[in-house]
Design a protein. Sequence first.
Length: 298
Amino acid sequence: MIWLNQIVQGILLGGYYALLACGLSFMFGVMRIINLAHGSLAVLAAFLVLTVATQWGLSPFVALLIVIPLMAILGVLLQRGIIERSLRYGELTPLLSTFGLAIVIDNLLFKGYGADTRSLGANIGDLAYASWSIGNLAVGQLSLLTFVLAVALLGGLQLFLQRSRLGRAIRATAQDADTAELVGIDSRAVYAAAAAIALVTVAIAGAFLGLRGTFDPYTGSTQLIFAFEAVVIGGTGSLWGTLLGGIVLGVGQNLGAQVAPQGFLIGGHLVFLTVLAIRLYLSARERGPSRAPRRSAA
């Protein structure tokens, strides 16, 4: 029963990882870039929610509604000011640019808020620790809320991409931006909209980061690793795969913690490396054996 409880808790934890990885997967699927500032942006959103909630005496959920449009605007500025310009100089430049952006955000947060660890849990009362008992299983209310929200957000994004006009434009641009331009789609505007949507999901993830635990100005790098592992496990660019990847990562971490006290992170990393090795092996098999070029006779 202990193992079953750890699996259930891992599935619920996977909902948070899917929520965190959603924006990273979405930006890669549309623009084919890995945003290394993703974790730092989530922490920035957590601090913004904390500031609005504290200064105005609001619930974190109400404060999140104020922060979401701010993060969407930041997404457009990020796309127009950094990513769009970086892509002109090759695929490596956006990685370096977003890495530099992460360092800037972390240090600005440190300067503005100090090194103290913060949390939003105290602002939501019993919801932070309340749970339902189902036999010998304990299901946290906030954990279940996070999981349901992750499923709803990923499902909503999937429907948006399939049914809406902007969603179809985003899919077309992701497939071939030049061809999309020929049929009247403004790829520059589409990329800006995609970045705004991605940052909206980052805002939600950042808020739940603060609700579920603690954070400080340098928490972003750890969150980026978790998001990246969930995306790779589930398959890059796949929204439902991101949910599956988050669940697999969460279960791996919880089972690892059951084996050894230090096994929480190690278990997740082992699952990630195993899935990555399998993917590389299958990819190599699909390409077939490489043939060495023949040398001409001297």
